[in-house]
Ligand binder design. Structure first.
Ligand code: NCD
Length: 318
């Protein structure tokens, strides 16, 4: 594994290896001194061009717990609008010889572009509406700890699928481990053709949500939404909110955060017993430790240096 850009880069075996490694790091997290020396002397750069709480803080903590040095850089989306500045930033940072660059940007394929400008391993921490592979891995890790088997598990992903990089990565990851995926939302928030492109069922109502073992809800992404995609928030809440009436007592509930409280989820289910939302946050650190470890721990630094760099134009944005 050279980079982690998409779930499509992984096999089922690689996913299981990462989840097993995360499990061993969960044991480290129970120790009083929650650190291992695996990445001592290596530098990890966290490059975030979009808002983030969980993803950036958990990558930071993951790198620190592996004893790496970490540089955190944040910038508003507007400064990468021309593309050149992302390239300049990456080339500047490359002078510090980072072993890994974790990148979040509002453009599809931003992480893949970064691989052209650096010798570092690149981790996609969210590229526009495209993918968010480490979120999918931490979700699998969270689920695997709670259910007997991921194979055959019936997972409904509910809400704003159209704007969701989380959904795009998660559907692929669930398919790889043999779960059955249904996506549900208003027709305007479900991308056309997604069922055949990503192998999942599509529903435009929650009528049959009772059949799900797991309900994975998504945030209504107002910042990415053109107006008019949903008639009104009130109607969305009436038709698609997961609340105590809709959630059956044997169903598990997930959400990647941040939650619009009272929109996609009612307050009582967020804090209820069936909610895995806090577990997902906790899983973020150990899963990202596992990803950084897989990418870096066994990588020979000297060979990485010899790989060539190619100049490149920035592709289309989303
Ligand atoms: C998601 C993201 O940023 O893609 N959140 C996260 O990484 N925890 C989902 C979202 O913003 O709704």
């Amino acid at each position: 594994m050279r980079h982690l850009l998409s779930i499509a880069d992984l096999t089922q075996e690689q996913i299981e290896k990462i989840l097993d490694r995360a499990e061993s790091f969960a044991e480290v997290s129970l120790r009083e001194i929650k650190k291992v020396p695996a990445l001592r002397g290596r530098t990890v750069v966290n490059l975030f061009y979009e808002a983030s709480t969980r993803t950036s803080s958990s990558f930071e903590l993951a790198a620190k717990r592996l004893s790496a040095d970490i540089i955190n850089l944040r910038s508003s989306g507007s400064s990468v609008e021309k593309g050149e500045s992302l390239k300049d930033t990456v080339q500047t940072l490359t002078a510090y010889g980072p072993a890994a660059i974790v990148v979040r940007a509002p453009y599809a394929d931003a992480a893949r572009l970064v691989t052209k400008w650096t010798d570092a391993a690149v981790v996609n921490a969210g590229d526009g509406k495209r993918e968010h592979p480490t979120q999918a891995l931490l979700d699998l890790f969270t689920l695997r700890r709670r259910v007997d088997s991921l194979a055959g598990l019936n997972v409904w992903i509910v809400g704003d699928i159209l704007h969701s990089r989380v959904a795009r990565s998660l559907i692929q990851a669930l398919n790889l481990v043999g779960a059955k995926v249904t996506i549900a939302g208003p027709p305007t928030l479900v991308p056309r053709g997604v069922d055949s492109a990503l192998n999942c069922q599509v529903r435009y109502s929650l009528e049959d949500v009772g059949e799900a073992d797991v309900i994975y809800t998504l945030r209504i992404q107002k910042e990415r939404m053109d107006s008019g995609l949903i008639p009104s928030m009130g109607e969305y809440i009436r038709e698609f909110q997961i609340n105590a009436q809709r959630l059956k007592s044997d169903q598990l509930l997930m959400h990647p955060g941040p939650v619009n409280r009272g929109v996609e989820l009612s307050g009582e289910v967020i804090d209820g017993e069936q909610s895995l939302i806090a577990d997902q946050v906790e899983s973020g650190v150990v899963t990202r430790m596992a990803v950084l470890y897989e990418l870096l721990a066994e990588r020979d630094v000297s060979t990485a240096k010899q790989e060539s760099k190619q100049p490149l134009k920035l592709g289309a944005s989303e």
